[in-house]
Design a protein around this ligand. Structure first.
Ligand SMILES: [Zn+2]
Length: 300
């Protein structure tokens, strides 16, 4: 069974190529996965839009209705970083449905990845920081509600702190949120996760991987996790435009191997989402995101 990958062509909402958000990374990531032989017909699963009833488990009904009807107030659109027209709205529903599908596939097969997701700045009442709906929070609450999982761990290694996930899941005893991120990076006002590790500017492979190797056994010792959501944001890379940390390609690969290898060795299902990555060299960025899929495929 090849690594199960969730995708939808409308993950790409078709922004101008000079937009601050590199939307073209989604089709380029699929191209990279095809070139690596990973996007086989028996590996690909098509995302479906998350229904409003799921979205409203994590977000206020008002905000969900605003996004679905493309009537998000301008003040919130400014915090998100782009207008929420019909394509962006559909994209947010699809990316969330995609993470949900990847979670179900991970429970069935041990591991699965979404080619979008990790929108961790979306809070209960609004989106922010290029994030419209918080896919991991929605999927966690759907799994808990269905009884498909009782203990969920979020391992968020995107370079930015997972403030939205913490906002939504802070009072949820069934989910433990862990974020390791750049201390001086967005968001300025962080919302405490269950466990946060803040790294200084310029942290490179060795320092980063040392911290990670120490924390993973502590995380797995906390509970018998039914599933791990892994946000594998590549904005920790030295060449990322927004990152402030200094990981190499090899460091990224070692990070993903460490996380996925650790939980898979314990028999814990892993659902991977791609998280952030910002670079004007979008093919290089897509290749960085492809590392998650290469590593996950070796563990499938
Ligand atoms: Zn990020």
């Amino acid at each position: 069974m090849p690594l199960q990958i969730v995708h939808h062509p409308d993950y790409d909402a078709g922004f101008a190529t000079n937009h601050r958000f590199p939307m073209s990374k989604y089709p380029l990531l699929m191209e990279a996965l095809r070139a690596r032989g990973l996007a086989r017909p028996d590996a690909l699963n098509t995302a479906e839009p998350a229904p409003a009833s799921w979205l409203k488990l994590a977000h206020t009904a008002d905000y969900v209705d605003q996004v679905i009807s493309s009537s998000v107030p301008e003040k919130i659109e400014r915090e998100i970083g782009f207008p929420v027209g019909p394509r962006v709205s559909l994209r947010a529903q699809l990316a969330t449905g995609g993470t949900m599908l990847a979670a179900r596939l991970a429970l069935r097969h041990g591991i699965a990845c979404n080619t979008a997701g990790g929108s961790h700045h979306a809070r209960r009442a609004q989106g922010a920081g290029f994030c419209t709906f918080n896919d991991v929070a929605v999927a966690s609450l759907v799994l808990l509600g269905e009884g498909a999982a009782q203990n969920i761990l979020v391992v968020d290694l995107d370079v930015h702190q997972g403030d939205g996930t913490a906002d939504i899941l802070g009072d949820e005893p069934g989910v433990f949120t862990f974020s390791m991120h750049g201390e001086r990076n967005y968001p300025v006002r962080k919302i405490a996760s269950d466990l946060d590790i803040a790294l200084p500017d310029g942290t490179g492979d060795a320092g980063y991987l040392r911290r990670l190797a120490t924390i993973l056994p502590e995380l797995s010792a906390r509970a018998r996790w039914d599933i791990v959501f892994y946000n594998a944001g590549v904005d920790v890379h030295a060449e990322d435009r927004l990152g402030r940390l200094a990981l190499s390609d090899d460091g990224l690969r070692a990070r993903d191997e460490m996380v996925i290898g650790h939980f898979r060795a314990l028999g814990i299902p892993v659902c991977g989402v791609i998280g952030g990555g910002y670079s004007t060299d979008v093919p290089a960025l897509a290749a960085r995101h492809a590392i998650l899929f290469e590593v996950a495929s070796a563990c499938a």
